[in-house]
Design a binder for this molecule. Structure first.
Ligand SMILES: NC(=O)c1ccc[n+]([C@@H]2O[C@H](COP(=O)([O-])OP(=O)(O)OC[C@H]3O[C@@H](n4cnc5c(N)ncnc54)[C@H](O)[C@@H]3O)[C@@H](O)[C@H]2O)c1
Ligand SMILES: [Zn+2]
Ligand SMILES: [Zn+2]
Length: 405
C-alpha cells in the first residue's frame, strides 16, 4: 500500500512533515477526531491524490497556539486534487477527475445543506454545525496538507474542472477555489459591493487580497485596503487598490477622507479576525479593533462582511473575556447606523462554480492578486514560519511535484 506524508501540528510555533496512514473510506481515530465520528463509514467518499493544498491564515491561528488544537493534528483544508478511488455509493464522480474540494464538509442532505448553507451542515460535526478538514473542533476530518486525503460526500461536494489540461495551466488560480477566493468574494457580496461602491477591506493577507480582487470584479469604484504590513499593502497596490498603513496612520477615517473626500465607505469587509492588532506603532493585540473601526467608517445603512475568524475559545487571548470569545464591540454604534452584519464560515459551494468560470475565462486573476507561491511539502514548515512573519505570499504546496514550474 502507498504511504502518505502530511503536515502535522506539533506544538505552538511548530509544524512537521510526518508519515501518516494512507486514507481509506472510513474516519479512524486520531488526534482531534471527535469520538462520535470514529469509525464513520464513508462509502459516499473518494480518495484524492492531492495536486495542490494551500496554507491559510486559519491554520496559523492553530499553529500560533490560539486554539485548543491537539498535538498531532494533520493540517490542511484547502485541497485540489485528482480522484484515484471512489466509494461504493459514489455515482457521478469518476476516477481521474480533477476537482476542487470546498473546505467546508457538507452532507448535502440536512436542512442547512438543502438551503445552500453548507458552512453549517448539521451532520458532519457532532459538536456543532459546520466542519472542515484538518481543523480543531470540526469533527476530526483528516487534513489535506498531505499526499492523499479522503473526502466524504463526493457527488455532492466536489467541483470537477471541465478540462484537465486547461485546468493544470491555471492550477495556481483554481487552487484558490477551495477557500480564499470564495471567502473573499463572500465577504464582498455580504458587504453589498456593486458597481460604483466604495469599499474598505481590513487586512491585506490572502483573504483580504482575495476580497479586494472580488470587490473589483463586482464593479467597485474604489477599493481601499488597510493593514500594518507595508509589504502586503504594496501587493494590494500592485492590482489597483488604494492602501492605508495603519501603523503609520492610526486614524482610518481621516485616511479614507483623504482618498475619497468623505470619511466613509459604502461597504466594509473584515479580513483580519480575532488576532487583530491595534492601530498605531505602540499598540498590541486588540481583538475588537477591526469590528469597531469598520462600524465607524461604514455609512449608515451599509453592510459589513466579516469572513475574519472569531472563536469561542482562545487560550492565548489578551484578557479573560476574550478567552471565551467575548469582545468589547461597540454594538450601539452599529445599531444606530442600521448596519447589517454577515459572519461565519463561507458557504463555498454558493460561489465556487462561477468563480471557476471567471478564472478559466481569464476574467479573474486571483493567483496574481494573492501572490501564489508554489512549494514542495518539505518546504512547508519553513513557509509556515515565513507566512507567520507576514510574507506577502499565498503558499501553495505541491506534494507530488505535479505542477509545471
Ligand atoms: N470565514 C471563512 O470561511 C474564512 C476562510 C478563510 C480564512 N478566514 C479567516 O480570515 C482571516 C484572514 O485570513 P488570511 O489568510 O488573510 O490571514 P493573515 O493572518 O495572513 O492576514 C491577516 C492580516 O491582517 C492584518 N491585520 C492585523 N490587525 C489589523 C488591523 N487592525 N487592521 C487591518 N489589518 C490588520 C495582519 O497584519 C495580516 O496581514 C483569518 O482570521 C482567517 O482565519 C475565514
Ligand atoms: Zn483556508
Ligand atoms: Zn448537511
Amino acid at each position: 500500500m502507498a504511504g502518505n506524508r502530511a503536515i502535522v501540528f506539533v506544538e505552538p510555533g511548530k509544524v512537521e512533515v510526518r508519515d501518516i496512514s494512507y486514507p481509506d473510506l472510513i474516519l479512524r481515530d486520531g488526534p482531534g477526531v471527535n469520538p462520535l465520528n470514529v469509525g464513520r463509514k464513508c462509502e459516499h467518499g473518494v480518495i484524492i491524490k492531492v495536486i495542490t493544498t494551500n496554507i491559510c491564515g486559519s491554520d496559523q491561528h492553530m499553529v500560533r497556539g490560539r486554539t485548543t488544537a491537539p498535538s498531532g493534528l494533520v493540517l490542511g483544508h484547502e485541497i485540489t486534487g485528482e480522484v484515484i478511488e471512489v466509494g461504493r455509493d459514489v455515482e457521478f464522480i469518476k476516477k481521474g477527475d480533477l476537482v476542487s474540494v470546498p473546505f467546508n464538509i457538507a452532507c448535502g442532505r440536512c436542512r442547512n445543506c438543502r438551503e445552500r448553507n453548507t458552512n453549517v451542515c448539521s451532520n458532519v460535526n457532532p459538536d456543532r454545525p459546520g466542519s472542515a478538514y484538518g481543523y480543531v473542533d470540526m469533527g476530526g476530518w483528516v487534513g489535506g496538507q498531505s499526499e492523499y486525503v479522503m473526502v466524504p460526500y463526493a457527488d455532492f461536494q466536489l467541483l470537477k474542472f471541465p478540462d484537465k489540461e486547461r485546468a493544470m495551466e491555471k492550477i495556481l488560480d483554481l487552487t484558490m477555489l477551495s477557500d480564499i477566493f470564495p471567502t473573499g468574494y463572500h465577504g464582498a457580496v455580504s458587504a453589498g459591493v456593486k458597481p460604483g461602491s466604495t469599499v474598505y477591506v481590513a487586512g491585506a493577507g490572502p483573504v483580504g487580497l482575495a476580497a479586494a480582487h472580488s470587490a473589483q470584479l463586482l464593479g467597485a469604484a474604489v477599493v481601499i485596503v488597510g493593514d500594518l504590513n507595508s509589504e502586503r499593502l504594496a501587493q494590494a497596490r500592485s492590482f489597483g487598490c488604494e492602501t492605508v498603513n495603519l501603523r503609520e496612520h492610526p486614524n482610518l477615517g481621516e485616511q479614507i477622507d483623504q482618498i475619497l473626500g468623505v470619511p466613509e465607505v459604502d461597504c466594509a469587509i473584515d479580513c483580519v479576525g480575532f488576532e487583530a492588532h491595534g492601530h498605531g506603532h505602540a499598540h498590541g493585540e486588540a481583538p475588537a479593533t477591526v469590528l469597531n473601526s469598520i462600524m465607524q467608517v461604514t455609512r449608515a445603512g451599509g453592510r459589513l462582511g466579516i469572513p475574519g475568524l472569531y472563536v469561542t475559545g482562545d487560550p492565548g487571548a489578551v484578557d479573560d473575556d476574550a478567552k471565551v470569545g467575548t469582545l468589547k464591540i461597540r454594538f450601539g454604534l452599529g445599531w444606530a447606523k442600521s448596519h447589517t452584519f454577515v459572519t461565519g464560515q463561507t458557504p463555498v459551494m454558493q460561489y465556487n462554480r462561477e468563480l471557476m468560470t471567471a478564472i478559466l475565462s481569464g476574467k479573474a486573476q486571483i493567483a496574481k492578486a494573492v501572490n501564489a507561491t508554489l512549494i514542495s511539502i518539505d518546504q512547508a514548515p519553513g513557509a509556515y514560519t515565513e507566512f507567520d512573519r507576514g510574507a506577502s505570499k499565498k503558499f501553495v504546496i505541491d506534494p507530488h511535484g505535479s505542477v509545471r514550474r
